[in-house]
Design a protein around this ligand. Structure first.
Ligand code: NAP
Ligand code: MG
Length: 477
């Protein structure tokens, strides 16, 4: 893992410098990763271009699809090994890591099957003309990904691009890149041509910045923070290439007085503690109609106070967060909100016996949170749930749309008209009615607006992002 994966093999970084990779559950170093620079990125982009112009680019869509589908079988063959590697690298509970591997394999199945199903069309035009519209790959695509769902992100971002025939260069997060490298090895084993998949590890502001600025890439897929997303978009603007940005959220669950509260309560807890709250689509705001606020919050508090954080092997509700910086960030949200006098309604526990050096935080439920507070406005990216009350439908929509984010939302009500009205007016890329989350949602278009970014991934729509449309006008007389 202390090397890059370029042109089908492991290669040492040009500087030889490596970075420590800590185990989030213990805080101890367990591996070193290569620290890539602009020269490593350049080598990787050139290898990708050679693959695109050569063996990889010559494959038919069906052949590409078959390779991606074979990778799905490899994930199933190596399921437990990959899940353990992901859990060790990220600290996530084993059952979460297994769910992630299921989703990763599903992405490979979906995009493997989809590769030969992106068809162009023919437009009836003037007499004597034949007009066809076809979808072509960009060439080389760049991918900068975060540490929260490393393997799933490969499935979602890389395989959609590969399905369209692009060759890819990935800069994974320095905090979790083990499964990326293992999946690249498995891809070589199933027969991906050298250079179709390239990975350069390292720091974001070095390797990541070099990738987004590289003139050899034709498209950039970025997932991470809004701050870095802006930098990536600026870099793409310099060489006039498109990008998708998936930048997180502050997603509301809107609970009306006629909602099924028994169904809501466990989902409200799970939506914020899944992956220890480090999920872009975490349900981090609970908006409850004033008439039922106290009753709902007392039920949510009962379940919330039973939540526990522990090691991946303990397999509890939460793991540690990814690193010391993230723990400090989450803890400062909790401490500052307490100091500001926002009531803590319930707290979960850090399990007995966790290693002292691990990056654990107590799941915390605050409420009522005043509108405009940073618990309403800022993504914590940890297991911190903020509860609010609202008066009526109009006020609910105002509150739901009261942040700069717009990724997902949920509407809890039995009233069919209200389900539709609120779903249409709420600012989000995905809306759930009487539920939350989609178990990976491989087939479902996903992405945000505003500070949550732009562009869509998952489903067939992602294939359009990873392609350019060409119109061919043939005057045949
Ligand atoms: P981040 O810095 O945005 O990291 C995302 C990716 O971008 C990583 O691969 C990172 O490399 C890379 N990167 C960093 N600086 C870069 C630059 N100047 N140019 C190009 N690439 C660059 O996110 P983070 O620091 O890991 O987390 C910070 C916050 O971002 C979180 O608290 C959370 O709010 C948000 N976040 C959102 C998501 C999401 O799914 N939407 C995922 C992760 C984080 P390094 O690994 O070296 O930093
Ligand atoms: Mg970072």
């Amino acid at each position: 893992m202390n090397q890059h994966f370029i042109n089908g093999r492991y290669v040492a970084g040009q500087t030889g410098e490596t970075l420590a990779k800590l185990d989030p559950a213990t805080g101890e170093e367990f591996a070193r990763i290569a620290c890539g620079n602009a020269a490593d990125i350049d080598t990787a982009v050139k290898a990708a271009r050679a693959a695109f112009d050569g063996a990889w680019g010559k494959l038919t869509a069906a052949e590409r699809g078959r390779l991606i589908s074979k990778l799905a079988l490899k994930v199933q063959d190596h399921f437990e090994e990959l899940a353990k590697l992901e859990a060790r690298d990220t600290g996530k509970p084993m059952s979460q890591a297994r769910a992630d591997m299921d989703a990763t394999a599903r992405y490979f199945e979906f995009y493997g099957g989809a590769a030969d199903k992106v068809h162009g069309h023919v437009i009836p035009f003037l007499n004597g003309y034949h007009v066809s519209v076809i979808h072509e790959p960009h060439g080389v695509t760049g991918h900068i990904l975060p540490w929260n769902y490393p393997a799933q992100m490969i499935g979602r971002s890389l395989t959609a691009s590969l399905a369209m025939g692009n060759a890819v260069v990935l800069k994974p997060a320095e905090d979790a890149c083990a499964t990326a490298f293992r999946l690249a090895e498995l891809a070589s084993e199933v027969g991906f041509p050298d250079g179709a998949i390239n990975i350069v590890a390292g720091r974001g502001h070095e390797a990541g910045a070099a990738l987004s600025a590289h003139h050899g890439i034709g498209f950039m897929s970025f997932t991470g923070s809004p701050e870095v997303g802006k930098m990536v978009q600026h870099a793409c603007a310099e060489h006039l290439i498109p990008c998708t940005l998936e930048l997180g959220g502050k997603s509301p669950q809107i609970v009306f007085e006629d909602a099924d509260i028994d169904a809501l309560v466990p989902i409200a807890c799970k939506a914020i503690v899944q992956n220890t709250g480090q999920t872009c689509s975490a349900g981090s705001r609970l908006l409850v109609q004033k008439s039922i606020y106290d009753d709902v919050l007392s039920e949510v508090a009962k379940q919330f106070s039973k939540l526990q954080a522990g090691t991946p092997e303990m397999d509890l509700d939460c793991g540690p967060v990814i690193n010391a910086k993230q723990r400090g960030r989450v803890q400062s949200f909790i401490d500052q909100s307490r100091e500001a006098g926002i009531p803590v309604i319930a707290q979960g526990q850090i399990a007995q016996g966790v290693p002292n050096g691990g990056f654990y935080v107590q799941p915390t439920l605050f409420g009522p949170v005043p509108r405009g507070n940073r618990l309403e406005q800022d993504e914590v990216f940890g297991p911190v749930l903020a509860a609010f009350s609202f008066e009526d439908e109009e006020d609910a929509i105002k509150a739901a749309n009261g942040t700069d984010y717009g990724l997902v939302a949920a509407v809890w009500t039995k009233d069919g008209g209200r389900q539709q009205r609120v779903s249409k007016r709420v600012r989000a890329g995905q809306v759930f009615i009487n539920g939350y989350g989609a178990g990976g949602g491989i087939e479902l278009p996903f992405g945000g607006t505003g500070k949550s970014g732009h562009g869509r991934e998952k489903g067939f729509i992602a294939l359009e992002e990873f392609a350019v449309t060409k119109t061919i006008v043939h005057k045949h007389g």
